[in-house]
Design a protein around this ligand. Sequence first.
Ligand SMILES: C[S@@+](CC[C@H](N)C(=O)[O-])C[C@H]1O[C@@H](n2cnc3c(N)ncnc32)[C@H](O)[C@@H]1O
Length: 258
Amino acid sequence: MRHIYIVGIGTGNPEHLTVQAINALNKVDVIFIPSKGAAKAELADVRKDICQRYVKSKAVRFIDYAVPARETADRSYVQSVDDWHAQITAIYERLFQDHMTEDGSAAFLVWGDPSLYDSTIRIIERVRALGRLAFDCSVIPGITSVQALTASHRIPLNLVGKPVQITTGRRLAESFPGMVETAVVMLDGELAFSKIDDPDAYIYWGAYLGTKDEITIAGRLADVSDRIVATRAEARAKHGWIMDIYLLRKGSDFDDQA
Ligand SMILES: C[S@@+](CC[C@H](N)C(=O)[O-])C[C@H]1O[C@@H](n2cnc3c(N)ncnc32)[C@H](O)[C@@H]1O
C-alpha cells in the first residue's frame, strides 16, 4: 500500500528538523515540494536547503507542484477555504497517482508542525475519502512557531498552572484581555494587538522566527505597540511578505494563589 509521511520541518531554521523527520525523508521514494509564487521564494528555499542538507539517499525524487491561490470573491470565508481544500485534494490525488507506485512512499514537508493551523492532514484525509486510492499515513511532529517564539524570548508559554489560548488575529478580541491571561496569536494580518487598550498587557512579538531575518520585540503593549506596527510594515515592504506571531500576557505566576 502507498504510504504518505506528513513531516513537520519547523519554522525556518533547518536545525529544527528532528532525527525522526530526517530518517523519514531518506526512506521515501518521492518528496512533494509546493511552489507558492515568487513572493515567498524564501520559504521554498528553506525547503530546498533542508533537502540538500539532509536527504542523502540518491533514490529520492523531488516533485514540484503548484499551490492554487485561494479564491475569496463571492463566498464566505468557510466556503472559500472549503473550495480551496477541494482543489488541493484533487492535486494531491493526481500526485499520488502519477508519481507513486502502489506500494511506494512519499513525503510532504509541512511548515512548523502539521497539527497547528495547517490543513495537510485534513486534505490528505479528503483524498482518502474520495475512495479511489488506498494509502497509509504517518505524521512526524515539528517545532511550531509557538515554540520558536517562546524560545527566542526565553519565556515559558504558560503562567504556573494556568491555561493558554491559541487564536487568530480575527478572533483575538473575543478572548483577550477579558477571558484569558495568555493568548498566542497567529495569522494576524490586521494588527489585532494594536486595538487592545489595556495598561497591564505585555506582548512578545516575533517575525521570520528561526530564519536569518528573525526580528523580536517585547515589552508593555502600550509602550511597544507602535514600534511593532512600524517594524512590521518596514519588514513586510522589504521582503514582500511577513510571517509573525505574538504572545499577549496579563498577570503573573502565582498572582491568584494565597
Ligand atoms: C498557516 S500557519 C502555519 C503554522 C505552522 N504549522 C506552525 O506549526 O507554526 C502560518 C502562521 O504561523 C506563524 N508562523 C509560522 N512560521 C513563522 C515564523 N517563522 N515566524 C513567525 N511566525 C510564524 C504565523 O503566525 C503565520 O501567520
